[in-house]
Write a protein that binds this ligand. Structure first.
Ligand SMILES: C[S@@+](CC[C@H](N)C(=O)[O-])C[C@H]1O[C@@H](n2cnc3c(N)ncnc32)[C@H](O)[C@@H]1O
Length: 265
């Protein structure tokens, strides 16, 4: 595991940082939150849950087997079980401490529905799963950390059944202009430290297509992510400080937030 990932999701426990809330670790999808009003903790958690819903709506796990890659504390797995009705869901994460937190956060559900939820330690590039086992593979705000998107795409194609769907939400550069990586490292500590990796969204689209998936699409959901995330950050951080530079990077058309979908033929 890369050192920045180990530290951030291990000892530093990003889920405990106040800008994240409710056990989720994502920037949120703010479409149904009124950004003209003061934001509450409930609004923040709703945005994080709504980011999951935007992904799960695209991945359509109803009635089948689902797997989440980079599941963090596993609360998105619980949401999927509750609202989307998969027969079974597996949450995969590379970090053993995250999986420990996931097992604690979902102890009641694991005890009540042991056949429907499980967590597994593993990397996106080398999934601890059998071939053609899943109807749906999804991932929320984790792919910016995956060092090898081609290996991830091959693994997605391997574990999905024919007709199975992929839905990945994460941030990528808008194109492959060489200056983007340096500019992001200047603006954002998480890129400078190597936690987040600067790559064009076309890298994931191409990787999924090369792995044999079809109907591969990347849709910008940045307008529903960045303004709300920045409005929430404004409670704690001044403009120009590092996390608020995500909005700057979007406004400067360097970085965007995408939902990438594909189907296993
Ligand atoms: C920003 S958190 C998102 C967690 C969760 N999806 C959510 O939205 O609350 C990213 C997660 O991806 C995991 N991760 C990072 N690199 C990974 C990899 N190569 N394979 C699997 N998981 C990875 C981290 O341990 C962390 O739990």
């Amino acid at each position: 595991m890369r050192p920045a990932v180990w530290e951030t999701y291990g000892p530093a426990d990003l889920s405990s940082v106040p800008v994240f809330a409710g056990g989720f670790i994502n920037f949120g999808y703010w479409k149904s939150v009124d950004l003209g009003q003061p934001l509450s903790q409930d609004d923040r958690i709703r945005s994080e849950r709504d980011l999951y819903r935007s992904v799960l709506d695209a991945a359509a796990p109803r009635g089948g087997r689902a797997v989440e890659i980079g599941c963090g504390l596993g609360l998105g797995c619980a949401l999927a079980l509750e609202e989307y009705g998969p027969t079974r869901i597996t949450g995969v994460d590379i970090h053993p401490q995250q999986l420990q937190r996931a097992r604690e956060a979902n102890a009641g559900l694991l005890a009540a529905q042991p056949d429907r939820l499980r967590f597994a330690l593993g990397a996106a590039e080398s999934l601890p799963l059998g071939d053609v086992e899943y109807d749906c593979l999804y991932s929320v705000e984790a792919a910016q950390h995956f060092p090898d998107l081609s290996a991830f795409a091959r693994e997605a194609a391997r574990v999905l059944r024919p007709g199975g769907r992929v839905a990945v939400a994460s941030f990528f550069t808008v194109d492959d202009a060489p200056a983007h990586a340096d500019r992001l490292a200047e603006l954002l500590d998480s890129f400078a430290s190597g936690l987040d990796i600067a790559r064009p969204v076309s890298r994931l689209v191409d990787a999924l297509a090369e792995a044999g998936l079809v109907d591969v699409r990347a849709t910008s959901i940045g307008p529903q992510v960045w303004p709300g995330w920045d409005r929430w950050l404004a409670r704690l951080w001044e403009p120009g400080t590092w996390p608020r530079n995500f909005l700057t990077a979007w406004e400067q058309q360097i970085l965007d937030y995408y939902l990438v979908t594909a189907i296993r033929p």
